[in-house]
Design a binder for this molecule. Structure first.
Ligand SMILES: [Zn+2]
Length: 244
C-alpha cells in the first residue's frame, strides 16, 4: 500500500514521534509497577508486625502461666502449714498417718511446680531477649521500608510529571505533521498501540532488501520509491511503515 506525494516525504518527524512514544511507554511501564512494589513493601511491614505480636502474645501467655504456678505454690505452702498444725491435735494414729500422706503429696506436687516455674522463667527471659533484639532490628528495617515507600512516592510524582510532559510533546509533534503523514501515523498507532511503527529496510545475506522488523522481502521497485522518498509504503506482512 502506498500514498503518492509529489514532494519528498520527511520521515524525521515520524521517527522523532516514534522515539517519543517509546519513551512514553517506558514511563507508563515504570508507573504501572509502582503500586505493586508499594504493596509488597507494606506486606513486609505487616508481616514483621505480625511476627512481633505473636511473640509478645506467647510471652504474655507464659507470664500468665507463671503467675498461676506461683499462686499454686503459695497455696500448697499454706495448706502444708495448716496440715502440720493439725498434726498436733490429731487423736488417732490413723488420722495422723492420713495427714502425713496428704502433707507428703503436697511436698511432691511442689517439686513439680517449682520445676515448671523455673522452666517458665527461663523461657520468658529467652523470649524477652529475642523480642528486644527483633524489635531493635525491626525498627531499622521498618525505617528502611518507609524510606523505600517515600522514594516510590517521589518517583511516582516525577514519572507522572514526565508522562504529562511527554504526552504534550507528542501531541505537539503530531500537530506538526502534514495531513497525509498524520493520517498514516494514526493508522499505524491503531495497528500498533505500543512499540515500533517504523521499520528500516535492510539487506539479507543475498543482498535482497527486507523489512528489518519482520525480515519479509521488499520488492526492488518499492525500495527505489522509498529511497526517492516520494511515497509511503507499508511492509506487506507486518504493516509497519518502511523507511530507508
Ligand atoms: Zn515487516
Amino acid at each position: 500500500m502506498m500514498t503518492k506525494s509529489s514532494a519528498v516525504i520527511d520521515m524525521n518527524p515520524l521517527l522523532a514521534l516514534e522515539e517519543l512514544d517509546l519513551k512514553r511507554k517506558n514511563v507508563r511501564d515504570q508507573l504501572r509497577g509502582i503500586p505493586t512494589r508499594r504493596d509488597q513493601i507494606q506486606a513486609e511491614i505487616a508481616k514483621f508486625d505480625r511476627s512481633l505480636k505473636e511473640k509478645e502474645q506467647a510471652t504474655a501467655t507464659k507470664e500468665k502461666n507463671l503467675s498461676a504456678a506461683e499462686l499454686d505454690l503459695k497455696s500448697s505452702q499454706t495448706q502444708e502449714g495448716e496440715k502440720k498444725l493439725k498434726l498436733n491435735s490429731v487423736k488417732t494414729q490413723k488420722e495422723y498417718d492420713a495427714l502425713k500422706i496428704e502433707i507428703d503429696t503436697l511436698i511432691d506436687g511442689r517439686g513439680k511446680l517449682e520445676e515448671t516455674i523455673l522452666l517458665l522463667m527461663d523461657e520468658i527471659a529467652e523470649l524477652k531477649t529475642l523480642l528486644k533484639k527483633e524489635k531493635a532490628a525491626g525498627e531499622i528495617r521498618k525505617k528502611e521500608f518507609q524510606e523505600q515507600i517515600a522514594a516510590l512516592d517521589a518517583s511516582q510524582k516525577k514519572l507522572d510529571a514526565e508522562s504529562q510532559t511527554l504526552d504534550g510533546e507528542s501531541q505537539a509533534k503530531v500537530e506538526e505533521l502534514s495531513a497525509d503523514v498524520r493520517r498514516e501515523y494514526a493508522k499505524l498507532r491503531a495497528n500498533f498501540p505500543e512499540g515500533k511503527i517504523l521499520s528500516k529496510l535492510s539487506a539479507d545475506e543475498d543482498n535482497a532488501f527486507i523489512c528489518s522488523a519482520c525480515n519479509s522481502p521488499v520488492s526492488h521497485q518499492v525500495v527505489i520509491d522509498i529511497k526517492r522518498g516520494t511515497a509511503l509504503y507499508h511492509c506487506e506482512y507486518c504493516r509497519r511503515l518502511l523507511m530507508s
